[in-house]
Design a protein around this ligand. Structure first.
Ligand SMILES: [Zn+2]
Length: 337
């Protein structure tokens, strides 16, 4: 019960404190890729804590990861004790329902988000096939429209799309910068990262944590692409290029070079980005790993102890430690004792 309470308290802490951390972090401006990874880990840590908390509430034996009838038989006493009272049974059933609900809802919403984006892009490609022509220098698809715009359609049949207005408005260097921006989106599979964040936000629509993570992830993915654009030419060229194609919202399922937030992105490019440094990168990476490791450690720590001491040792009819180990074929972890 203590393990379950710790895990659920950790999830609650992440849900309350997480949005403030995500919204107020300034270091992500200097390391947007690391920022995306950190916020994804924060989301994952919340989901993992909920699922493991539910499992810890339901059946203690499940934490051992056993599927062997022998061990289940050995732990029957513990199960009986847990479900002997209506209160215990209700807590156990609630825990199992929580774990299942979180897993199914997250998986379902992420899958739906991916499928919708794929369908949007397929429809868009069909339109491009009718209206677009090939830009020989870059391989991009060109649509005859006066408004300068550039975007990409990720996926298996990835495409970069430019309007005629963009080609006329951009210098050769600026066009190279815009193309580098779009290629960074495609190469980094930013569509999958964004879909995961959006899927979790729709799975928990009232939760500020996932709303903050989703919005910040979208913003940071643009910064990652901007940095690629800046390194392909020069940050001032990239800034000017983004300004030239700014103002057009991204089509559904696509990543635009301009769009909302372009003003702040351009200011960042003009000001320049100081390197984040190896020490800071290591520190943030360690903190990110700790976010994920903590709930797993809370869950597996007691489970390992439980395994080592043989959970039903207090039952005189239970099998011996050696018998349990032999049944689980886990001699490395169990023996000697
Ligand atoms: Zn972009």
């Amino acid at each position: 019960m203590i393990v379950a309470l710790l895990l659920l308290a950790y999830a609650a802490l992440l849900a309350v404190v997480g949005p403030y951390v995500v919204r107020r972090a300034r270091w992500v401006e200097r390391a947007p890729r690391l920022g995306v990874a950190a916020w994804q880990a924060l989301s994952a840590a919340f989901v993992i804590s909920l699922v493991l908390g539910g499992l810890a509430l339901s059946v203690p034996d499940l934490r051992l990861g056993t599927d062997l009838a022998t061990l289940l038989q050995a732990c029957l006493t513990a199960l009986r004790a847990q479900y002997a009272t209506p209160g215990g049974a209700a807590i156990g059933a609630s825990g199992a329902a929580l774990a299942l609900l979180v897993l199914v809802r997250c998986g379902w919403r992420v899958t739906v988000t991916l499928l919708r984006a794929t369908a949007d892009r397929r429809r868009h490609r069909e339109t491009l096939r009718l209206l677009g022509s090939r830009h020989h220098e870059s391989g991009a698809v060109v649509i005859e429209h006066a408004v300068p715009a550039a975007y990409c359609l990720p996926g298996m049949r990835r495409q970069i799309v430019l309007t005629r207005g963009a080609i006329e408005a951009l210098s050769e260097e600026q066009l190279r910068s815009v193309l580098a921006h779009e290629r960074a989106h495609l190469r980094g599979r930013h569509d999958l990262v964004a879909a995961l964040a959006i899927g979790l936000r729709t799975a928990f629509p009232g939760l500020a944590l996932f709303r903050a993570v989703s919005e910040e992830t979208a913003r940071l993915l643009e910064l990652v692409a901007d940095d690629a654009a800046a390194s392909s030419t020069h940050r001032l060229v990239a800034a000017e290029a983004m300004l030239n194609v700014a103002g057009q919202p991204s089509p559904a399922g696509a990543f635009a070079a301009g769009g909302s937030g372009t003003g702040n992105r351009v200011r960042r490019l003009i000001a320049g980005v100081h390197p984040f440094g190896r020490a800071r990168t290591a520190l943030v990476s360690a903190a990110t790993a700790a976010l994920l490791a903590l709930p797993i450690g809370i869950f597996t720590g007691p489970a390992a102890t439980l395994l080592d001491t043989a959970c039903c040792a207090s039952d005189p009819a239970a099998p011996s430690h050696a018998e349990i180990c032999a049944a689980m074929s886990m001699t490395r972890d169990c023996l000697p004792r």
